[in-house]
Write a protein that binds this ligand. Sequence first.
Ligand SMILES: C[S@@+](CC[C@H](N)C(=O)[O-])C[C@H]1O[C@@H](n2cnc3c(N)ncnc32)[C@H](O)[C@@H]1O
Length: 213
Amino acid sequence: MNADASTSSDARGETSIEGYYRWHARIYDATRWSFLFGRTGILHEVAKVPAPARILEVGCGTGKNLVTLGRLFPQAEITGIDLSETMLDVARRKAVPFGSRIQLLHGAYGATQTVDAGYDLILFSYALSMFNPGFEAAIETAHRDLVPGGHVAVVDFHDTPLSVFERWMGVNHVRMSGQLRPPLQARFEAREDRLEAAFGGVWRYLVFVGRKG
Ligand SMILES: C[S@@+](CC[C@H](N)C(=O)[O-])C[C@H]1O[C@@H](n2cnc3c(N)ncnc32)[C@H](O)[C@@H]1O
């Protein structure tokens, strides 16, 4: 498990996650549809909450979700933040048709980069499992950045019965030891909170939508 992948940097000032995505950004959209399950589903879950005027996606990557959010909520202002400039380069191209309605920020959420508070919806889609350490602080920051009554939506890896697979995901900066669900349940009133099996149980992923009370 990479102990401090999200914010510590090497001699060139690059975090290991930035280094990882400098190469993976090129193949990200062509490959991730095959195993990052539930990304479209969570956006349909969030469409059930009152239409958000201001949306933040933390770890927006190449911007797949930003585009869908832009279409689902045509009145909303949308911000995406990501640690990887290479991933953001791809997102920037996709955001062009949305003009100033989609803003992109580079940095580590809550650490090197702060965002305005007052969001109605904050989405973490396969991002929090890469915050090691830091997922609890990121959940706290999201709670702070939401308006009262605002919603957090999370889709992410949960756990696996296969230790070899867990180790392999650790090599890819992903922790999947069921660590995200308890702090989300503790901080938010759950509106949707379920685990789904992937590939017949090779792993489970979490779908969580919660309201800030
Ligand atoms: C697996 S990708 C998910 C991208 C997108 N949300 C999706 O669903 O396709 C995880 C993203 O989180 C970003 N990330 C990791 N740690 C971060 C941090 N501390 N702050 C902001 N972004 C971070 C990575 O750079 C990467 O683009």
